[in-house]
Design a protein around this ligand. Sequence first.
Ligand code: AP5
Length: 184
Amino acid sequence: MKIVLLGAPGSGKGTQGAELASHYGVPKIASGDLLREAVASGSELGQKAKAAMDAGELVSDDTVIGMIRERLNEPDAQNGFILDGFPRSLAQAEALDQLLDELSRPLQRVIHMQVDNEEIVGRLAARGRADDTEEAIRNRLAVFAEQTEPLVTYYEQRGLLTPVNATGDIDAIQTRLIEAIEAA
Ligand code: AP5
């Protein structure tokens, strides 16, 4: 079970990723969670990441790739993983391919979670995380369109992409995701 959840901020990657991880008995590995842990710990990595995160910009590829490389090498990730929020740029997607190649563990499927922008703004404004200000949300959406959406084509060309409608009832979305994964 080696799955990437690709989707705009607020598309439900975290919510659905946690359910999928428990359904399949593999860890959910979320770059945003790992970065927030680093910020909370006050580590050097966290101090470097904080300004970019607060502004809704991407943290540098090198930082994030190094962090994910370490996490994927941990014992609990050896039988699979649900990646949430990584990769988020072409450089990250290429680094992931290379890393999984080295480990002889190719990706099984990339799920593109589709939600329209107005619904996203409503969801995130209601949540109120540090980077859920209207300005940071709009910037995260712009950064997604510019730097992350090219990955849709990247994975389509590799025959790995499945789009899933990620609006509506949370349990119904989970069912659609499991169907998409098992049909692959
Ligand atoms: P990250 O933590 O990945 O945030 P994000 O992508 O902006 O995503 P969110 O956590 O906001 O949304 P989600 O899709 O997980 O949805 P969720 O389930 O939480 O990244 C934060 C920052 O870290 C980035 O801006 C960047 O600075 C940095 N970063 C992270 N990864 C990086 C990387 N790879 N490279 C560089 N920088 C990186 O749901 C959102 C809300 O909607 C919740 O309140 C939830 O309850 C609600 N909700 C969920 N599903 C539904 C539904 N079906 N109906 C109604 N409400 C719903």
